[in-house]
Structures are given as structure tokens and as C-alpha cells.
Design a protein around this ligand. Structure first.
Ligand SMILES: [Zn+2]
Length: 366
């Protein structure tokens, strides 16, 4: 009777994907002689796939065989194409995670430090932290990179943790994921870049498979994995001609996100004497109702739709006035319910005042 192979991620039955024999145990170690190379350790691997969660893995993966040391050479940084990929990803991280000079950024399994150094330069970060036992003092990061495996330090949290091309083969996988979850601050981001199983299975490109990569994730499988550690995928991209999957995740905190938004809007509205809300849509009414903002807090609703003007908002009771009447009222804060109209509304004011979108993403003057 054949042994049952259950998916390590979702425990469903798996099936054989492809059997590849004589794969080197470590594919990025080269040898000084032909004899040494031919005698190097190899292993026959039966890669298995779970069609339930779209996860592919190597059941033969044996941690005790893999020793990452300075002989391990996975350096792709000489290639201009690779450098452009890194530049594009670091810019995407800077934008998505809203990095600023004081952001606390950690890269786990940072290799020679090239990515971390590029991220530090392009995002203008004051400092970065890296962990990799194979780091050999490249790129001048010897004060920033710890030559060891990463483990969480209580109270030490980050705005961004980067895990690139390590999820496939990281030693002590579960502990690393747990340490990451414990080391993210409340609004912190985890960025994972990994081989893209959705690409491998759709293209049949078996050359992406190797013994030292134990795990191959589809976006669905990454989502399932992250959920097990209290994390949620917020955004995902296919990179490098679909070869890689880039995933942005945060701690699951739907309620605290709402609380933060409410606190922000209440503080904002309380700082002004004559606020109005512009665009009496469902969003505006939900905001007014949920925040308990009656006409004492927000004096008027504003809408260019004449059929709404002169009427009153349900629940909170503000009168809806025209754009011209609102401009005459001289509000010191205009809350804009739909930011698509922000520029148009700002440019219609003949004097300077403050505008803010109710999603909290913009606050400034015209
Ligand atoms: Zn599965």
C-alpha cells in the first residue's frame, strides 16, 4: 500500500507533480574538480502538489543536509536585469509601505545585503537590520547585518519585514513565521517574494524546481499560510516575467483599523471651527452617522445636485447647501466624501482653506 501524502498546509490528499532524479542537494555550490562535482551529494525528488490549496512541495527536503555558508553563491547582482528588478521592488515597497527615513526595516535571510542596501538608499532609510548566517561583509552593512538566523526579540518590532526567496527553503520555517508575526508592529508590513507556483503550473516550467527549495506557493497557498500566523494578504503582484510572486501582508486587525480611522477623523473635525462635508453620498451619511457628527459638529452638507439642496441629511440633520452657498459660508475645513472629486472641489474655492478626504488619505490646503 502506498503511503498517503497529506498537504503540509491544508492536509488534503496530494498527488505526484513530477519526479526529478539526481538533483544536487545544494544547487549553488560549485566544485573545484570534475570528480568532486560528479561525486557531490544528490537526491531523487518526487515533487508533490496539493490541488486544493495550490501548494507544491518536496517531501525529500532534509534540513540537516543544507548548510548555508560563505561557499554558497546565489549572487545574481551582476545582471542589469536583476538590478532593475530590485530597484522596481524597492520602489514598490517604499510606496506601498509608505516608508520614511525613520521606518524600521528588517530583512530576514538577506544574503549579501544587496537588496537591503538598495532599499535603504532608494527609500532614504536612516538604518536597516538584516539577518543572514552567510553574510560576508559585502556592501558595507557589517554593522547592520547579524550573521545568524533570525528570532524575535520581545518588544523589538518593525514597520516592514522582508523575506525574499527564503520561504522556499528557510531553515526552521515555522519558527521564522512565528517570529515574523511577533515582530511586526500593529500597522507593519510583511513583504514576501517567492517563486510563483501559479507561473510554474501554468507554464509547466519544471526547471524552477530544485531539491533545496522545499515549498512552492501559489497566491492562494501564501494566503492560507499567512492566515495560520494571524496575517492577511493586502496586495500581491507577479514580478520578473511572472517568475516571482510578491505578496504584501499585515496583521489581521480589521477592528483596530476602523478605530484608527475614527480617531483620526474625530481629531481632525475637532481641530476646526467651521467644517462642512462635501458630496452627500452614502459614504458621507455613513461617516456622519457612525461618528455622531450632527450640525453642531459639521455645520452643512454640500452637494451640487440641486434636487438635494435645501433638504436635510437623515439621522444627523444637516441642511444640504449648494457649492456657491458653501463657498460663501467660508468653511475652515472641507471634508470630501469621494476623493475622485477632490481636485475639482479644491479648485472651485477662490480663497485658501483646508481639505481632507474622509478616507483619511489626504489633508491639505488648496
Ligand atoms: Zn493543500
Amino acid at each position: 500500500m502506498t503511503a498517503r501524502h497529506l498537504c503540509p498546509l491544508c492536509q488534503h490528499e496530494t498527488e505526484l507533480y513530477v519526479q526529478i532524479n539526481r538533483l544536487p542537494q545544494l544547487q549553488n555550490v560549485l566544485y573545484a574538480t570534475n570528480a568532486q562535482a560528479l561525486a557531490s551529494p544528490s537526491v531523487d525528488v518526487a515533487f508533490r502538489i496539493c490541488n486544493e490549496c495550490e501548494f507544491l512541495y518536496n517531501p525529500e527536503f532534509a534540513l540537516h543536509d543544507l548548510e548555508y555558508n560563505p561557499d554558497y553563491n546565489n549572487n545574481q547582482t551582476a545582471s542589469g536585469t536583476y538590478q532593475r528588478h530590485v530597484a522596481a521592488v524597492t520602489d514598490l515597497l517604499t510606496q506601498t509601505c509608505q516608508l520614511h527615513p525613520q521606518s524600521r526595516v528588517l530583512e530576514i535571510a538577506c544574503g549579501n545585503g544587496y537588496f537591503l542596501k538598495t532599499l535603504q538608499a532608494r527609500a532614504g532609510l536612516d538604518a536597516v537590520v538584516g539577518y543572514d548566517p552567510a553574510y560576508a561583509d559585502q556592501y558595507g552593512l557589517d554593522n547592520a547585518i547579524v550573521k545568524d538566523y533570525f528570532a524575535a526579540i520581545p518588544g523589538d518590532t518593525y514597520d516592514l519585514i522582508v523575506l525574499r526567496h527564503a520561504l522556499e527553503s528557510v531553515v526552521e520555517f515555522e519558527q521564522v513565521m512565528q517570529s515574523i508575526a511577533e515582530s511586526l508592529n500593529e500597522t507593519g508590513w510583511l513583504y514576501i517574494e517567492t517563486l510563483n507556483l501559479d507561473y510554474i503550473t501554468s507554464s509547466g516550467n519544471f526547471t524552477c524546481l530544485s531539491h533545496e527549495c522545499s515549498r512552492y506557493f501559489s497566491l492562494q497557498a501564501v494566503s492560507i499560510l499567512l492566515r495560520q500566523y494571524g496575517l492577511k494578504v493586502r496586495q500581491a503582484v507577479e514580478l520578473f516575467d511572472r517568475n516571482y510572486l510578491g505578496v504584501f501582508a499585515q496583521l489581521k486587525a480589521p477592528n483596530s483599523n476602523v478605530t484608527r480611522k475614527i480617531d483620526f477623523l474625530n481629531t481632525l473635525a475637532a481641530s476646526y471651527e467651521r467644517p462642512v462635508i462635501w458630496g452627500i453620498s452614502g459614504r458621507a451619511i455613513t461617516a456622519l452617522t457612525h461618528l455622531g457628527w450632527d450640525a453642531n459638529k459639521i455645520r452643512y452638507g454640500v452637494d451640487i445636485d440641486q434636487s438635494k439642496q435645501g433638504k436635510f441629511i437623515p439621522g444627523t440633520g444637516q441642511e444640504i447647501i449648494s457649492a456657491a452657498a458653501a463657498i460663501d459660508y467660508k468653511p475652515d475645513l472641507v471634508l470630501v466624501s469621494n476623493k475622485n472629486y477632490l481636485t475639482e472641489i479644491m479648485s472651485s474655492f477662490p480663497y485658501q482653506t483646508t481639505f481632507a478626504t474622509i478616507d483619511g488619505e489626504f489633508c491639505g490646503t488648496n
